[in-house]
Design a protein around this ligand. Structure first.
Ligand SMILES: C[S@@+](CC[C@H](N)C(=O)[O-])C[C@H]1O[C@@H](n2cnc3c(N)ncnc32)[C@H](O)[C@@H]1O
Length: 334
């Protein structure tokens, strides 16, 4: 297997230690969502995408399946195309779009960017097998840290993807900054495609989605999302010698109507102190105190279009499932 191209920041032991120190000393306690994605976390996320309750992946796949050709029809078939994807993961859905884009023009390069080497390897293996003509250039990086300088030919048309509603894991201003950083080199005619999960029903408009549907998606019956969340405690154990007793933390999904976010928490079932060897210190938890581990923002359609605009693109079109639960939003640089 080829060496993964590393650009800018990747995850070092020091970065994990610093994120944990900062997050567990904060009030309320919080951890950044990139910490989920070590080898075990990436494998658990793949399992989540196949759960009956986790509709976002299924709906996004269906939308890509149905509309990939229409999305691809906008490309300039006389120029090569470079597709850059933020947080590509295993990129299984993306293959549907890549295939349609490839059919419309003269060759594509695909640059999946991710903080997880495991996910990139899986993407590389699968796409390499199914799509041998694709110019595949996986990039291991933390896209929040700095502007990634990507190996893209100046002549190429570009398309930037951020799928899986991952933009919703960031504060709006951070999502805008990440998109702007990743698109600085993009020019007139280049595209942005966002996959975003919709907000629940508001005054009967847009969707019949209920808050209970959202919470089920983040707290499935088989307990896979709980295992994904608790893997953070295990990761701190593996990498920092943290002595968490995993059973003493409960997984909780909560709806926050003020921020329009599903929040994930790890709630301490008792008052306890946990020693973290690498940090040489104790962390104290009250009974019922939580570590806030993830926000998943849900977007009304006008908010999704505002994100496309704030990133420097003009909204072109959006596609939604029949019940308006999930959307793909296409923008173009003008
Ligand atoms: C919710 S998953 C989505 C994966 C895939 N796009 C999908 O739709 O199924 C988020 C992905 O973003 C990656 N990721 C999270 N934070 C990141 C960061 N700061 N830099 C690079 N990748 C990141 C994770 O490793 C993971 O693969």
């Amino acid at each position: 297997m080829r060496e993964l191209r590393v650009i800018g920041e990747t995850v070092s032991g020091e970065a994990v230690a610093e994120a944990v120190r900062e997050g567990l000393l904060a009030c309320p306690k919080t951890l950044p969502p990139w910490l989920f994605y070590d080898e075990q976390g990436s494998a658990l996320f793949e399992k989540i995408t196949a759960l009956p309750e986790y509709y976002p992946t299924r709906m996004e796949r269906e939308l890509l399946h149905r509309h990939a050709r229409e999305i691809a029809a906008g490309r300039d078939e006389l120029r090569p195309l470079s597709v850059v994807e933020l947080g590509a993961g295993s990129a299984q859905k993306t293959a549907l779009l890549l295939r349609a884009l490839d059919a419309e023009g003269c060759g594509i390069s695909y640059l999946p960017m991710d903080i997880s080497a495991t996910a990139l390897r899986e993407a590389e293996e699968q796409l390499g097998r199914d799509f041998p003509q694709l110019r595949l250039r996986p990039v291991l990086t933390d896209f929040t840290c700095e502007r990634p300088m990507l190996p893209i030919d100046a002549e190429d048309q570009r398309m930037l993807l951020w799928l899986g509603s991952s933009a919703g894991n960031f504060e709006m201003e951070d999502a805008v900054r990440i998109l702007r950083d990743a698109s600085t080199e993009m020019r007139e005619g280049d595209f942005l495609l966002l996959g975003l999960d919709g907000a629940p029903e508001a005054n009967g408009r847009e969707t019949d989605k209920q808050i209970s549907d959202l919470l089920r998606a983040y707290d499935d019956a088989a307990g896979v999302t709980a295992a994904f969340n608790r893997n953070l405690l295990k990761r701190m154990g593996r990498e920092l010698g943290a002595e968490f007793c995993v059973d003493q933390f409960e997984h909780e999904a909560r709806w926050n109507s003020r921020t329009s976010c599903v929040e994930m928490h790890l709630v301490s079932t008792m008052a306890q102190s946990v020693f973290v060897r690498e940090l040489e210190r104790w962390f104290h938890f009250q009974a019922g105190e939580s570590i806030h581990t993830e926000n998943s923002r849900k977007f009304a359609r006008d908010e999704a279009r505002a994100l496309v605009r704030a990133a420097g693109f003009s909204p072109v079109k959006s596609w939604h499932d029949a019940n308006g639960w999930y959307g793909l939003f296409l923008g173009q640089r003008v």
